[in-house]
Design a protein around this ligand. Structure first.
Ligand code: ATP
Ligand code: MG
Length: 422
């Protein structure tokens, strides 16, 4: 028995990888339209960064990180998400000092979390995300949500739901937090062990508990909406009216939370209602994190972003039966017969490729018939046949597969001829 791939990871093979490339290209295209630039940060960071930014009371930090000590005795962690690294880089490279503000960045790359693998949940998965830093204009909140929705919509998804909430500012959150503690404290022993810990560390997270979601105290829990101060309320109203003016549908869910302490104001998730998408219905999540840059040693900077995994996006495409318009064909397949033709073939093929054509030939010493079959398998638009007779006459036979038209072309003109044909 040979080696097996680690649990929760996948090989993406030719035939499937084209879907990934298509989706990544679409994400990049949309980012460029919205004027977001790509940032690439390391796959691992100092563990401390995630403790600080993701927060040491979160599931990610408590249960899911791939942390190791390197040979220099440093504690490093494979990144579980992209925001921490992006904000770290923004602070470290003083991007806030550049004339062009806000700083609008996107990333696409693998993330790592030690989770129980299931459909839509992997230990290595690819996140595409954006971060807009330096602006607290509510219209950028709407922009971030619009961009995420555009990616899904333009790929062909229809069963989408944008779920929106506000977490308020620091003052509103503090008032809400006190109300939550007062609400749950008298009966906290009826809740799971995690929730008992959350009561003091992060009571907002109780609302997000998957085990206790049906407890009657959940339904009567104080809503952040009753604790918003005027500023927070106005902010939320502007985000909503901007989305409405843009024609982007949303639903409000007052129980939607983001667990991290520095999150404030806008929080959102995009869900899939497609049948067959599975138990996990969240496609992506995002929100505003005005305190984060400061938390990791930078200047006070407002910020907002989202992250989506490409795995869940591809699952949703499957669930909705969307076929991506992926073209996978060669321009030309060169069928070769005879010894001198075989000697000549590599240089002809090389010429075609240098001219920008997608071209290939046989390397398995196949018979003529098998070579035609191979040509067929590559969906070649043109099949060029070079035999010793053709070679002796300085020509090559070129067949246009769709029409079936076949002509002989002078060897030195074949590249130009094929370029004109396709
Ligand atoms: P969940 O509640 O599903 O665990 P989360 O709150 O941990 O999600 P975030 O940290 O907000 O998720 O990550 C943003 C997005 O990244 C998710 O909406 C999802 O698309 C994706 N994601 C998170 N964890 C995984 C995973 N293990 N495998 C695949 N995609 C994931
Ligand atoms: Mg999770």
């Amino acid at each position: 028995m040979g080696y097996q791939i680690p649990r929760g990871t996948q090989d993406i093979l030719p035939g499937t990888v084209e879907k990934w490339q298509y989706v990544e290209k679409k994400a990049r295209e949309i980012c460029s339209r919205y004027n977001y630039k790509e940032i690439r940060t390391p796959i691992f960071e100092h563990t401390e960064l995630f403790l600080r930014s993701v927060g040491d009371t979160t599931d990610i930090v408590q249960k899911e990180m791939y942390t190791f000590t390197d040979r220099g005795e440093r504690s490093l962690t494979l990144r579980p998400e992209g925001t921490a690294s992006t904000v770290r880089s923004y602070v470290e490279n003083k991007l806030f000092g550049l004339p062009q503000q806000p700083t609008k960045l996107y990333y696409i790359g693998p993330m790592f979390r030690y989770e129980r693998p299931q459909a839509g949940r992997y230990r290595q998965f690819v996140q595409f995300g954006i971060e807009a830093m330096g602006s607290d204009d509510p219209s950028i909140d709407a922009e971030v949500m619009a961009l995420a929705m555009d990616v899904y919509k333009e790929l062909g998804l229809k069963r989408l739901r944008l779920v929106l909430n506000t977490l308020g500012d620091k003052e509103s959150r503090k008032a809400h937090r006190d109300a939550l503690v007062a609400h749950f404290e008298p009966r906290i022993d009826e809740f799971c062990h995690d929730c008992q810990n959350r009561l003091q560390t992060n009571p907002l997270r109780i609302l997000d508990c998957k085990k206790d979601r049906d407890h009657d105290l959940m339904k009567t829990a104080p809503s952040i909406h009753d604790y918003l101060n005027d500023e927070s309320r106005n902010y939320f109203e502007t985000v909503k009216s901007t989305l409405t003016a843009m024609g982007i549908d949303y639903v409000i869910d007052p129980t939607l939370v983001r667990g991290l302490d520095y999150y404030n104001h806008t929080a959102f998730e995009i869900m899939s209602d497609a049948e067959g998408f599975g138990a996990i219905t969240t496609l992506s999540g995002g929100g505003r994190y005005n305190g984060l840059a400061e938390e990791i040693g930078g200047p006070a900077t407002p910020g907002i972003g989202f992250a989506m995994s490409l795995e869940r996006l591809l699952l949703a495409l499957d669930a909705e039966g969307v076929k991506l318009p992926i073209e996978d064909s060669l321009d030309c397949y060169l069928v070769v017969m005879g010894e001198s033709a075989k000697e000549k073939a590599p240089s002809i093929l090389y010429q075609l490729r240098k001219a920008g054509l997608k071209a290939d030939k046989d390397y398995m010493d196949k018979k003529m018939k098998a070579q035609f079959k191979a040509a067929d398998r590559t969906n070649a638009k043109i099949v060029a046949v070079l035999g010793d007779d053709e070679l002796a006459n300085g020509v090559i036979s070129v067949k246009e597969m769709e029409s079936g038209n076949q002509t002989e072309v002078k060897l030195e003109e074949v590249t130009q001829y094929i370029l004109n044909q396709i």
